[in-house]
Design a protein around this ligand. Structure first.
Ligand code: NAD
Length: 370
């Protein structure tokens, strides 16, 4: 692959730089052994940017993100910045990236690695082999709809209100992402709403069905109410391949699906924008976990969620499925060998540090991938 793909790396705060350090070793391994070369640029975001520049994200870093082929993000925040006003908080840096890059599709895979099947709160037979992808609409719906607010009524009581609103283009673009990605997986999409009680849900269902009929007939489509979906996720999650849903339901359902896997240190995510004229989508990849101030600086954080975010980047931004599979297989191998950071270890068993987990991954890549 040409070496001109640009990645902006934003390690952030707390354990962000620690886990990113291990991913950079893997990026170097791929450059050396698989000719997967990227131009890597590193920038500051969150508390790190606040300390240096007084803002959680500078205009220059924002411009770099807009020009990059993908952004690889760590995590931001920490007690040091907790008392700052809302607009200055480290998390505003991430929100600005999401907003200005117009990242409307949030991808959350829930994959259970066989050796970790016991970490789930569900029975092993329910989650063994699980590999599903939840796509949550991220920039519309009730979290952004107007009018919204709290008003005082003439009798002195108060009324709080939000507006759930979706337009056909907003639904079409996120549904198109779901259909496209399903084709690279098991070719099945479940569209989730509450068309039984919400007008926006009726429009959601009609729009997804129309798009399917017009452009994606070769993908299997079913519709499901959100409350049933929550139930089905814990009853028999393996019935799903790709789930696409709105911002509010996606918020709940993706957290529920994430916990099927049992560990926060094992959860990657991607957020995608619209394709440009060349077909390139703006994209940001990040672990689901935060900056973990309780363990930051101790060298014990699990780097695998960040590494899986890199694997998603290879797969979804650069179409390098074989290389992404190699990363995932290396993770599977290391876990099968019993290598564990503290967060995924059985109580009382031996654990490795962040960098030792990195060593193990590089060793597995050496064995599997050269
Ligand atoms: P958190 O995800 O940082 O930590 C929750 C718990 O999980 C902690 O006990 C932590 O030690 C553990 N944990 C998380 N990631 C781990 C890993 N890779 N390896 C081992 N253990 C891990 O959530 P929190 O404690 O609610 O938030 C801490 C800070 O992170 C806050 O400032 C919050 O605002 C911020 N945050 C940032 C993001 C982001 O950058 N996207 C997301 C969530 C929270």
């Amino acid at each position: 692959m040409a070496a001109n793909k640009k990645i902006l790396v934003l390690p952030g705060d707390g354990i962000g730089p620690e886990v990113m350090g291990q991913v950079r070793r893997v990026v170097d391994w791929f450059a050396r052994h698989r000719a997967v070369g990227f131009d890597l640029q590193e920038g500051l975001c969150g508390g790190a940017a606040l300390d240096r520049h007084g803002v959680p994200l500078t205009d220059e870093t924002m411009a770099d993100a807009m020009n990059a082929d993908a952004v690889l993000f760590g995590s931001v925040g920490g007690p040091k910045w907790d008392d700052l006003p809302f607009e200055k908080k480290p998390e505003r840096g991430l929100l600005r990236l999401r907003k200005e890059m117009e990242l409307f599709a949030n991808l959350r895979p829930a994959v259970v690695f066989d050796p970790l099947v016991g970490a789930s709160s569900l029975k092993p037979e329910i989650v063994r082999g699980l590999d599903i992808l939840i796509i949550r609409e991220l920039t519309g719906g009730v979290y952004f709809g107007e009018p919204r607010g709290i008003e005082t009524l003439p009798d002195g009581t108060k009324r709080g209100f939000d507006t759930q609103v979706y337009t056909t283009p907003e639904i079409e673009r996120v549904a198109a992402v779901a259909f496209d990605l399903a084709k690279k997986r098991r070719n099945k999409v479940t569209s989730v709403e509450k068309a039984n009680v919400m007008h926006s849900g009726v429009l959601w269902r009609q729009t997804v069905a129309a798009l399917h009929a017009a452009k994606f007939k070769d993908v299997e489509l079913s519709h499901m109410y959100a409350d049933n979906c929550a139930m089905q996720l814990v009853r028999w999650p393996k019935q799903f391949d790709v789930i696409v849903t709105d911002n509010l339901f996606g918020d709940m359902l993706s957290d529920c699906a994430a916990m099927l896997t049992g560990s926060l240190g094992m959860l990657p995510s991607a957020s995608l924008g619209a394709p440009d004229a060349t077909g390139r989508r703006k994209a940001l990849y990040e672990p689901v976990h935060g900056s973990a101030p309780d363990i930051a600086g101790k060298g014990i954080a699990n780097p695998l969620a960040e590494l899986m975010s890199y694997s998603m980047m290879l797969r979804y931004s650069f179409d390098l499925a074989e290389d992404a599979d190699l990363v995932d297989r290396a993770i599977g191998k290391v876990l099968a060998d019993g290598v564990r950071t503290a967060d995924i270890a059985e109580p009382g068993s031996t654990t490795v540090s962040t960098s030792q987990m990195g060593d193990a991954i590089l060793g597995a890549l050496d064995r599997l991938g050269r």
